[in-house]
Design a protein. Structure first.
Length: 258
């Protein structure tokens, strides 16, 4: 299935891993290429079978597979939107294990990354969840220390709701609390925010601008499927139709009936 946004994509990959689909291969293509992959993998690996049918396959010792893709905001040389895709498979007998060079989600060296490569899917001994990669986490740590230790001449102040704040610190907090609220990411964001507050208390004067209070990062809620078909979701297609109809009403020009 092709998804319109990263969160739905990440949720479905997490769900597939939770249901024993721990082997994968991935790639990038355009909309037309993803349509071809969908038909190819459905015929060869049964990616479009129902959840119940896939469960029966696994119980019989056969591999079952899922194909998930996410529509990106970038275009290829042909002008089509690009798609990141992941084919996941369970362990067992089947064509998928013979035809595809599958990696293992459980191997620290081949963990599955999000489209922007800032998050990785891991099992922490409890269940599968997404977390910031070591690189992304360390980049945040470096930014925390750099902002807190800025010299007075380099500090930038802004006013928020009538209160003087530090501009760089507020931008960093905005970024942290905009992270997708998966369980392990929430834990990391809490640690990073606490680190910033410790550094702030240690390096910044009590008489200067203080950090704004933030509520905890909310859990990412379950998002229902919104399949992308021919580049658009059903909701996007309906919105485009309503916009076109409104423009016709304003101009008095109506398209001929079909």
């Amino acid at each position: 299935m092709l998804h319109p946004d990263k969160i739905r994509f990440m949720q479905r990959l997490q769900q597939a891993a939770t249901h024993q689909h721990v082997l994968y291969t991935s790639g990038k293509t355009d909309l037309a290429g993803f349509d071809r992959l969908t038909k190819k993998f459905s015929a060869a690996y049964g990616t479009d079978l129902s959840r119940q049918a896939k469960h029966k396959r696994r119980r019989a010792g056969e591999a079952s597979s899922y194909l998930h893709g996410v529509r990106l905001n970038t275009r290829g040389e042909n002008g089509q939107l690009l798609v990141d895709w992941v084919l996941l498979a369970s362990e067992g007998l089947g064509l998928v294990s013979h035809r595809e060079q599958l990696l293992d989600l459980r191997d620290p060296h081949t963990r599955l990354k999000s489209p922007d490569e800032r998050h990785e899917l891991v099992h922490d001994g409890k269940t599968w969840s997404w977390r910031l990669t070591h690189r992304a986490y360390n980049q945040y740590i470096e930014r925390v220390h750099r902002i807190a230790s800025l010299s007075p001449a380099r500090r930038r102040h802004i006013e928020i709701d009538g209160i003087l704040r530090d501009a760089d610190a507020e931008i960093l907090l905005d970024r942290l609390y905009a992270e997708p609220g998966f369980r392990l990411i929430r834990r990391q964001v809490g640690k990073l925010a606490a680190e910033l507050r410790r550094d702030w208390k240690r390096l910044r004067p009590a008489s200067g601008p203080q950090l704004s209070e933030r509520t905890f990062l909310a859990y990412v809620r379950f998002l229902p499927d919104q399949p992308v078909i021919n580049g658009f979701t059903h909701a996007e297609r309906r919105e485009a139709f309503q916009l076109a109809f409104s423009e016709q009403e304003e101009t008095g020009i109506h398209a001929p009936p079909p």
